[in-house]
Design a binder for this molecule. Structure first.
Ligand SMILES: [Zn+2]
Length: 258
């Protein structure tokens, strides 16, 4: 299945004008950061892209990888990990939305696979919605994946869920033969849970506070075939949810104006 035709950059100008004129654009946000010796640095970027392409197909919308780089300062202790500031990600989204709006887009769907990006995406969405006649809908693809398959798709770092996503994107990038280290899953989960609290929580500074080795989880538990099945279900769920949320939003807006 070649979905690359959905990438805005692969379209000619007339194709892009027609596609964007239908009103919806899918933006992709990920991260370039360490995922042990068995997964590539671009795991979050590839995971978001694999799902975004399948969402774009279902929404009949062009897909634009906004930034492979994400906000990930806490992975910098491992060379190769890179970060951008929240302000950079916010500016990028606001800048790009001007062109999308001018082309007729009024609905931006952000497919994200990196927790560190979320605050910047929300700030960017406020700015985009204030500056242009556009609404932003955010899909936290990693949250959806874990939520739909809580037992199979563990919410770890570089474990089964992220391995599944990279297997779907490009299986040659998964190097399970290099698998090394990894903190005990329970210890890593407990550490992560501290930063994932919703009531009173610390802000992560160094991922070693979660897992001293940089990763934890069980990356060997998923096959390529099962990974593709799961990612397809995730994309269908996101596309369906976007339509559901959009419909509810439009109904509420028309009630407001009566
Ligand atoms: Zn990741």
């Amino acid at each position: 299945m070649n979905l690359d035709r959905l990438l805005l950059a692969n379209m000619t100008q007339p194709q892009a004008e027609e596609a964007l004129g239908r009103g919806t654009a899918v933006l992709v946000t990920g991260s370039i950061e360490q995922h042990g010796a068995h997964l590539p640095l671009g795991t979050d970027a590839f995971a978001a892209l694999a799902i975004a392409l399948r969402v774009g197909e279902r929404l009949d919308a062009p897909v634009l990888p906004l930034s492979s780089l994400g906000v990930a300062p806490y992975h910098l202790p491992w060379p190769g990990s890179l970060t951008i500031t929240p302000a950079t990600l916010t500016s990028l989204m606001l800048d790009v939305s001007a062109g999308l709006s001018a082309a007729g887009v009024d609905r931006v769907v952000v497919v994200n696979w990196h927790e560190g990006n979320t605050p910047a995406i929300r700030v960017a969405a406020d700015k985009v919605q204030a500056a242009h006649p556009m609404r932003v809908i955010v899909a936290e693809a990693h949250v959806v994946t874990h939520g739909l398959f809580p037992d199979e798709m563990e919410f770890t770092h570089a474990g089964s869920m992220e391995t599944a996503a990279v297997l779907t994107h490009d299986p040659s990038l998964v190097r399970l033969e290099e698998l090394a280290g990894g903190d005990p899953v329970q210890e890593g989960s407990d550490g992560h849970a501290l930063f994932r609290r919703r009531d009173v929580f610390p802000v992560m500074k160094d991922f070693r506070e979660v897992a001293s080795s940089g990763w934890y989880g069980t990356p060997t538990s998923v096959t390529e075939e099962r990974a593709r099945e799961i990612i397809d279900v995730v994309a269908a769920h996101i596309a369906g949810s976007v339509e559901e949320v959009w419909k509810a939003l439009v109904e509420r807006r028309s009630e407001d104006s009566q």
